[in-house]
Design a protein. Structure first.
Length: 132
C-alpha cells in the first residue's frame, strides 16, 4: 500500500469513527421527550456530524476507490458494538463478536482484492506504455 493511500485509509477510518458518534447521539436523543432541549441538542449534533461526514466522505473519494471506501463503512458496525458496551452497557454476545469478525474479514477481502486488481492494472498499463 502506498504511503499516500495509507494516509487516506487512516483518514477514512477517523471519519468513520466520527460518523459512528451519530448512533450514540441518536440513541441518547431517544431517551428524552420529543422537542425537549436535550432532544434538540442531541439531534443538532447528529445533523452536524452528518454534515461533516458528507463533506469528508467526498474528499476521501477523491483519493480512494469507491469500492474500498464503501466496504470500509461496514466498520461502523464494530464501532456500534464498542459504543454499545462502553456507553450503554449493552451485552456483548458471542454472536455479536462473530458478526464483527465477519465484517472485518469482509472488509479485508474487499480491500486486498482491490489492491490486487489495481496492482495488476497498473502493471499492465506500464507494459502497454513501454511497448508504445
Amino acid at each position: 500500500m502506498k504511503k499516500d493511500t495509507l494516509k487516506w485509509f487512516i483518514i477514512l477510518h477517523v471519519i468513520i469513527l466520527i460518523f459512528s458518534v451519530n448512533s450514540i447521539c441518536s440513541k441518547k436523543a431517544a431517551m428524552y421527550d420529543f422537542l425537549s432541549p436535550k432532544w434538540i441538542m442531541f439531534y443538532a449534533i447528529v445533523i452536524f456530524v452528518l454534515g461533516f461526514y458528507a463533506i469528508a466522505w467526498q474528499q476521501v473519494l477523491k483519493h480512494l476507490p469507491l469500492i474500498t471506501t464503501y466496504a470500509n463503512k461496514a466498520v461502523t458496525t464494530i464501532w456500534g458494538l464498542i459504543w454499545g458496551y462502553l456507553i450503554f452497557h449493552e451485552e456483548v454476545t458471542v454472536y455479536k463478536v462473530v458478526g464483527a469478525l465477519v465484517v472485518i474479514l469482509g472488509v479485508y477481502l474487499v480491500v486486498s482484492g482491490d489492491e490486487e486488481v489495481n496492482g495488476k492494472s497498473s502493471k499492465n498499463n506500464q507494459e502497454v506504455n513501454e511497448n508504445a
